[in-house]
Design a protein around this ligand. Sequence first.
Ligand code: GRF
Length: 223
Amino acid sequence: MGKEFDSDRPIASLISPDRSSEELQLNKTIKLAIMASGNGSNFEAVAKAIETGKLNAEIKVLIYNNPDAKVRSRAEKWQVPAVLINHKEFKKRQDFDRAIVETLKEYQIDWVVMAGWMRVVTEVLLQAFPNRVINIHPSLLPSFRGLRAVEKALEAKVKITGCTVHIVSLEVDSGPILIQAAVPILIDDTPETLHARVQIEEHRILPQAIALAALSQEKQVSK
Ligand code: GRF
């Protein structure tokens, strides 16, 4: 079998440019809740963007559903209150979401960011925060929705994948797209090496997408 075609890939040209901080400047400090189930590197990326003045926001609370999630210790490091709401304690998804909404209201949250939140959300959360729930997904949606998105891209042998930040709607990994970033797939990529490069882009675009969403809301309010 012949060697697979391996050209020099124009990686730089695949990376969508950063939006300038002036372009993304918010008038008001927005109150964020982050919902996460696992590692929390995106939580950390948002916290760093806030610390460095790139995102005018405050993370008021982390909601996590898995007692062993590493994100909990990241929240501790950033002195963000962490609230465990374990889905296993609820029979219905709606009841689980009702408990989440209660916490979000308690912290007077403006925007909800699902960063590695591994549960399907219901109308209970979306009606309480209409068009104010954001999700990050490790593929160029609408390709490869659902679980194992990075593996699915490798299995499909596509040459470019990436990540998407979008407003959450009832259908999983759908809803209006805020920002996407492309990542080339290299010949010897494994799910781990590819996901690592996708995450570099996730960390770059998530804070920008949050600002973009909040900005469009600011503009609508001032109309
Ligand atoms: C990210 O790849 C995100 O796109 C997906 O789950 C992963 C979470 O990563 N929804 P981390 O926990 O933020 O490191």
